[in-house]
Design a binder for this molecule. Structure first.
Ligand code: UGA
Length: 345
């Protein structure tokens, strides 16, 4: 099988590529702007990489969509700070560029495995979000944070409509706060625009305050990337067409924690780490308002818990990694990366 991954150097892209190359005889064709996370794969004869841009390398894209069996468009801006700072950039990349790929999958009758997002459920008040039942609740237009959710939702609807009319085979998967090694780059975190786990790790390293937005009462269900990749592999295998034209949440409802709890666990793990336990000072944990931290275009989501009944039933999948273990593996990997970056300077 030939799997085509756009954004192959991204968080999900590179973890998935490693898994495919290590555990199957499939080939991966991948494109990305960079390749710093792909060192383990670059020498593999079943990995074919182009350093390129989905808005530029149109011929390569079309040729490879025709050539491959499954298409995974994983290119997207996925950090809330960027949704409020550059909503048009989010629309151009996350919506328009991906729509082009969807259209070509329709044209060449290719199966698409598309990353929807937990964000499509928005501020739904349901205790557990169900793929085929839950209302998708977004805030007003002035709250620009929702543009990402809205772009993804419309793409979900376009893909679904092609699917129900027999023009496209698809599976939509919805990751819920996946965490793990190389989640975001530490450099972007040091500039202050990463997802929460990388952001807190960067603050700990820089001895800067960890900011709890609006007190950190909001909760997320953190999912370890290896658990998520287990589910994705089953989706790619699609045994007996089990996930044909389905939407599937991939999250860990048992790992529901507040951001305040997340901050204190990460700080504790950092303070226990052999290289840091003798540090003279550690980051303090402070509270900031959402408007000071993100600006007026932001609105938060207070609870976001997946129902994974469908993933259990269709994929026979169950996440198994607890939060503390997930954070420890994530933190240790970032510390190692930071150490290597410093020692090679
Ligand atoms: C994320 C992103 O939108 C996407 O990566 C993705 O589609 C989706 O959720 C997902 O991974 O499931 P969110 O969970 O809000 O959205 O993003 P984070 O930046 O990780 O923030 C989590 C929470 O931590 C938010 O409530 C935020 O206000 C808070 N936060 C963030 C802080 O309290 N302090 C910080 O320094 C950063």
């Amino acid at each position: 099988m030939k799997v085509l991954i756009f954004g192959v150097n991204g968080f999900i892209g590179h973890h998935l590529t490693n898994r495919i190359l290590n555990t199957t005889d499939w080939s991966v064709y991948g494109m990305d702007l960079g390749f710093d996370r792909l060192d383990k794969s670059l020498d593999n004869p079943r990995f074919h990489f182009l350093e390129g841009d989905i808005s530029i390398n149109k011929e390569w894209i079309e040729y490879h969509i025709k050539k491959c069996d499954i298409i995974m468009p994983l290119v997207a801006i996925a950090t809330p700070k960027q949704y409020v700072e550059d909503p048009i950039g989010v629309f151009n990349l996350d919506f328009e560029m991906n729509l082009n790929i969807v259209k070509q999958c329709v044209k060449y009758h290719k199966r698409i495995v598309f990353p929807s997002t937990s964000e499509v459920y928005g501020a739904s008040a349901e205790p557990e979000f169900k793929e085929d039942e839950t209302f998708l609740v977004l805030g007003p237009i002035q709250k620009e944070r929702w543009i990402y959710s809205c772009c993804k939702q419309l793409l979900d609807r376009v893909i679904y409509a092609h699917g129900t009319r027999g023009n496209l085979d698809f599976t939509l998967f919805r990751p819920f706060n996946w965490v793990g090694p190389r989640l975001d780059s530490l450099n972007t975190a040091k500039e202050g625009s990463s997802r929460v786990v990388t952001q807190f790790i960067a603050e700990l390293l820089m001895k800067q305050p960890i900011s709890l937005v609006d007190g950190g009462r909001q909760k997320r269900c953190f999912t370890y990337v290896n658990d998520g990749i287990d589910a994705l592999m089953k989706i790619l295998e699609n045994k007996d067409n089990c996930c044909m034209n389905e939407i599937i949440n991939i999250g860990n409802p048992d790992n529901e924690y507040s951001i305040k709890e997340l901050a204190s666990i990460l700080k504790k793990l950092f303070m226990e780490h052999p290289d840091h336990k003798n540090d003279q000072e550690f980051s303090e944990i402070i509270e900031v308002s959402a408007s000071d931290y993100y600006g007026k275009g932001y609105q938060d989501i207070y609870t976001r818990k997946p129902s994974i009944e469908k993933a259990r039933r269709l994929l026979n999948w169950e996440p198994s990694t607890g939060l503390e273990e997930s954070l420890k593996m994530t933190l240790y990997s970032f510390l190692e990366e930071n150490e290597t970056a410093h020692s090679s300077k």
